[in-house]
Unconditional design. Sequence first.
Length: 76
Amino acid sequence: MSFIHVFEYCCGLGVFGFLYWIMNGIQEEFQSVSQSGNTFDILLYFWTGIIIVYILFGGIWVVRKYNEESYLNGGM
């Protein structure tokens, strides 16, 4: 059984984590200049929704990849 699909999924989580780290630093800089909290709250909700959708549907994608016929029958 190949772990390539699990590795792809974990790399996607790593990319999201890296982007969160970068965007969190940018948000702190902008928040000190402008006090528009509602805009940042909406963007935070949007970002959290993207991560939740990726975790849910990405997990389903990984499980379905291993349930394909090529994995069940031992290859091509």
